[in-house]
Design a protein around this ligand. Structure first.
Ligand SMILES: [Ca+2]
Length: 251
């Protein structure tokens, strides 16, 4: 979701597709249909109800180029409409001694992606700054069936076009689970289970997103920073988003 609209990224259409029609449930419980021309990119479904599947089908132009023919069957979306972690209820903590001044870890969930005063920045103290892993823990406070099933995350680093040398995040593992992850655990590779994402970020890109191969339900999200592009070991994260749905509310 983005605001009150579901945000859908369309892949490149084939030449024959002329329109795509979406059918979805609104927050007031209506089923509505909305057509979009066949273009690659992002479309929005206004007032879509969160955590529901939507359906779609395409229209093709006939060989004569005169008639538009809709396929008869609706396709169901690969997953329900997902929402970001609720920052009003979630808490964020980090490995001890890894907060620089007022750059507290909860600032990665405040929705502000482009302000230098709204980011988490790790320690600048010589005794601590080179320590890895640095582990950020998000506790959504939602248990069991009420917990979100997460399928997509987004990292926001320094947005300055010339900021690549200040984008420090390098190798990172992300974990989702119902058991609290210990932010002091240097043995995370053995104790945290299988990561939902294990990757390296690119310094040239201020915004990087990752879709999980397998969505995973859980109360907790751990972001494990394993090293840094910075020789002093700094990590600096301006915003983080984790999208998921509550599976019991889907259908
Ligand atoms: Ca922020």
């Amino acid at each position: 979701m983005e605001g009150t609209s579901a945000r859908i990224t369309l892949g490149k259409p084939t030449d024959e597709i002329v329109k795509t029609r979406f059918r979805y449930t609104t927050t007031s419980g209506q089923t509505v249909e909305k057509d979009f021309p066949a273009t690659e990119g992002i479309v929005y479904l206004p007032n879509a109800e969160k955590w529901k599947y939507y359906e779609y089908k395409s229209a093709y132009c006939s060989a004569s180029g005169i008639d538009t023919v809709w396929v008869s069957n609706w396709m169901r979306s690969p997953s329900p409409i997902a929402t970001n972690v609720d920052s009003k209820t979630a808490t964020v903590t980090v490995t001890e001694n890894q907060v620089r001044d007022a750059f507290k870890p909860e600032l990665i969930l405040d929705g502000i992606k482009d302000s230098g005063s709204s980011r988490w920045y790790s320690s600048n103290v010589a005794a601590y700054r080179g320590i890895f892993p640095k582990i950020v823990l998000i506790d959504t406070k939602l248990n069991g069936d009420n917990a979100q099933t997460f399928n997509h995350i987004v990292f926001y680093e320094d947005p300055d076009p010339d900021g690549q040398t200040r984008r420090y995040i390098r190798s990172v593992n992300v974990y989702v689970g119902d058991t609290k992850f210990n932010t002091e655990d240097a043995n995370f590779l053995r104790t945290f289970g299988d990561p939902v994402v294990s990757t390296s970020l690119n310094q040239l890109q201020p915004v990087q997103d990752f879709t999980f191969e397998t969505p995973k339900r859980g109360r907790y999200i751990a972001i494990v920073f394993r090293n840094s592009y910075n020789s002093s070991g700094f990590i600096d994260l301006w915003e983080f988003e984790a999208f998921g749905y509550v599976a019991k509310n889907a259908n």
